[in-house]
Design a protein around this ligand. Structure first.
Ligand code: ADP
Length: 313
């Protein structure tokens, strides 16, 4: 069965995953960079992640999209072994996170909110130090050039701006040439230049076949970068599909017409799918002077609101 078929069949693994046999689970994990099955985490009885299941294919970017407090970081922390799920299973690159955490950690790159850089050292020193932890020798200068920090490579990190630190964090996540990248809100609150550098690197890594788990509450970013997006709200995945499929399936397409009626500029929104729309358009065209007319697609944000009743901000 193809992956797509499997996804449809289980409806984003909508089958109760607790029914999956070990054999079936192993089969599902093959060719997948990440498989999370039924994972759960509570902080002092507060259910932050509530029995969620999803997978990410090798070379795929999954945008994990949800408002603050939805459970994105908690999920990411479970996927990288910083938190142990209180229920469920995780496999990364075909390895069980409980059994093979060390091996997994050697093959992943992580960039998340806690800035773990040595601020008294330069960017070059930081990268060489972290590469040495993996037993690797790297071309730190080339890596810094990719993130646009060549000119400041010898400056102490303490003097860097927020955007520069974040770009260095991304470079740091790449020192071991990871097969899977975990990025937690990588562009949140950054200047546009830094944000664009980071988005470019994410796409370059994908081109090389790297898998990316990207959390964000920026729907434009998720739309632009992700092969598929998962909507997460109050610890649950409420939808998971390609941005196009989500928009096609759930978004209403609208024809917006602005026309002059006497001295007033009027605006009408007509649903494209409605049978009455062509007639109304003819009426407007024959009776008024039309200023402009264009179709508008629903955004991911609109669809997120449909699913959850709340916005991403
Ligand atoms: P997101 O990354 O989507 O903003 P988080 O995973 O950080 O969401 O948080 C999910 C929920 O868990 C929120 O209600 C948050 O307040 C709570 N939470 C997160 N970290 C902790 C913690 N260390 N202790 C207690 N509650 C936490």
């Amino acid at each position: 069965m193809s992956n797509a078929g499997l996804l449809v069949f289980t409806g984003v693994w909508g089958l109760d995953p607790t029914f999956l046999s070990e054999e079936c689970y192993n089969e599902l994990s093959m060719g997948k960079a990440i498989v999370a099955e039924n994972i759960t985490y509570s902080y002092n009885h507060h259910l932050a992640v509530d029995h969620i299941s999803f997978h990410i294919d090798e070379g795929e970017i999954l945008g994990f999209l949800g408002p603050n407090g939805a459970g994105k970081t908690t999920t990411l922390k479970m996927l990288i072994g910083l938190l142990t799920p209180q229920d469920g299973k995780i496999s990364i690159l075909g390895m069980d996170i409980k059994k093979d955490l060390r091996k997994i950690q050697a093959q992943i790159g992580v960039c998340f909110e806690e800035k773990n850089l040595y601020e008294d050292m330069s960017a070059i020193e930081n990268l060489n130090f972290f590469a040495s932890l993996f037993g690797k020798k790297i071309d730190a200068e080339a890596l810094l050039e990719r993130v646009g920090l060549s000119a400041q490579r010898k400056d102490r990190v303490v003097n860097y701006s927020k955007g520069m630190k974040q770009r260095l964090m991304i470079a740091r996540a790449l020192v071991n040439q990871p097969k899977v990248l975990f990025l937690d809100e990588p562009t949140d609150g950054l200047d546009p230049v830094s944000a664009e550098v980071i988005r470019k690197i994410i796409l370059e890594e994908k081109e090389k076949g790297v898998t990316v788990f990207l959390t964000t509450h920026d729907m434009m970013e998720a739309d632009k970068l992700s092969d598929r997006v998962a909507f997460i709200n109050e610890g649950k995945i409420v939808a998971l599909d390609t941005p196009d499929n989500l928009k096609h399936e759930y978004g209403k397409r609208i024809l917006k017409v602005r026309y002059q009626k006497d001295s007033e500029l009027k605006e009408e929104e007509l649903p494209l799918e409605s049978e009455k729309t062509p007639e109304r358009v003819r009426e407007i065209l024959s009776s008024y002077h039309v200023r402009d007319m264009h179709t508008e697609e629903a955004t991911l944000e609109d669809i997120f609101i449909q699913f959850t009743g709340r916005s991403l901000e």
